[in-house]
Design a protein around this ligand. Structure first.
Ligand code: SAH
Length: 341
């Protein structure tokens, strides 16, 4: 059976080489052809023997994702709608930052987490994305735009820790020397709080970043908006975050969408400051992007500023995030495939 070669880490390619009696170092040559030279056919791999190229051709394909539409925003944000081989549609976003371009990738077709404010969860999860389907979002977007992607955020559709093994393999491939070589510190995975996987992630040897979609400082509020909180309530989640910080010595990003009248009050700001005080965290306050089918509203500007000021005064590292790509529905949390009903 033909497989995408883009699902293979260096180690997996090495094993493949060894199983065929080939020299293991061929695997890093191949990685270089795939991600540095970005070849479109095996024949271009000029340091590989003709006979072995035939073998690679029989075992692997080099297909990219099929791009259905590409939209561009005035601020340089680009959104892609890709069609997978089974017909499912996924979205990927490139964002233009001071430090370069970052790609926001999707990890599942649909999502089962059911956060009440989120557009992605309106479609139940149909399946996990395979490793190569996540890798190919980065590679295809880069090839179609000729943009060199320096950062990756795993914050598109889906819960990455509900597709853990493929996401980890994806990160390894991004990070491979002689490949895209995206630095682990330039890779961030965002989770709604699957606690056992937070522990597992803390054991992952690369220096990758973790972001937690907290969105509420108390169980009372969080239970209303994020069903995952019933399985892993705030005290259990906070313990996992503390243990993660202790184990990795890395700062954790706390994402907090401001929803009018729900989690944007002075009370909520103070509770959040109590919860996070003394922890090595960075709070991203995110203006909610309203979703047509949902009743939730973006907080008023003055409430967002008040919330921010309270955290600041209480010595919490905090920023009020700027928006990108909202004119093309590519802003945070707005990804979903409008093309399927
Ligand atoms: N499942 C993962 C990653 C995908 S969501 C997670 O929950 O972290 C990426 C971020 O966008 C999450 O923080 C999510 O809560 C947020 N988000 C979802 N809908 C949003 C919206 N309409 N406006 C702003 N942020 C939103």
């Amino acid at each position: 059976m033909m497989q995408s070669i883009y699902g293979y880490t260096l180690d997996m390619l090495k094993e493949y080489m060894i199983s065929l009696g080939e020299k293991p170092f061929r695997s890093s040559q191949i990685i270089e052809w795939l991600y540095r030279q970005k070849v479109r056919s095996f024949d271009e791999m000029t340091n590989i023997s003709k006979a072995f190229i035939e073998r690679l051709k029989a075992d692997f394909d080099l297909d990219l994702l099929e791009c259905v539409t590409k939209q561009e925003s005035a601020d340089g944000t680009k959104k892609f709608l890709f069609r997978l081989k089974d017909g499912n549609l996924i979205e990927t976003v490139l964002m233009n930052n001071e430090y370069g371009y970052s790609a926001c990738v999707t990890t599942e077709v649909g999502c089962n987490m059911g956060c009440v404010f989120c557009a992605s969860g309106m479609k139940k999860k149909l399946r996990n994305l395979e490793t190569h389907e996540i890798v190919l979002q980065v590679l295809t977007a880069s090839l179609l735009t000729n943009i060199n992607i320096s950062h990756v955020v795993v914050m598109g559709i889906g819960e990455p820790f509900d597709n853990y093994d493929n996401v980890i393999r994806f990160i390894k491939i991004l990070n491979e020397p002689k490949g895209l070589e995206i630095g682990a510190r330039h890779i961030t995975v965002s989770t709604c709080g699957l606690v056992p996987k937070i522990y597992e992630y803390s054991e992952f040897p690369l220096q990758v970043n973790l972001a937690i979609s907290l969105h509420a400082p108390t169980n009372e509020i969080r239970n209303q908006i994020m069903p995952i909180n019933k399985s892993y309530p705030i005290e259990i989640l906070m313990k996992a975050i503390k243990d993660y910080i202790d184990r990795t010595n890395r700062r954790v990003t706390i994402e907090y969408i401001l929803l009018q009248g729900i989690n944007d009050t002075v009370y909520a700001a103070n509770e959040l400051a109590n919860l996070l005080f003394g922890l090595n965290v960075y709070v991203n306050l995110i203006p909610y992007n309203e979703v047509k089918e949902k009743p939730y509203k973006r907080s008023k500007k003055e409430d967002m500023v008040k919330f921010f000021d309270i955290l600041k005064k209480r010595k919490i590292n905090v920023q009020l995030r700027r928006e990108q790509g909202s004119d093309i529905d590519a802003a945070c949390g707005q990804l979903r495939s409008k093309h399927i009903s």
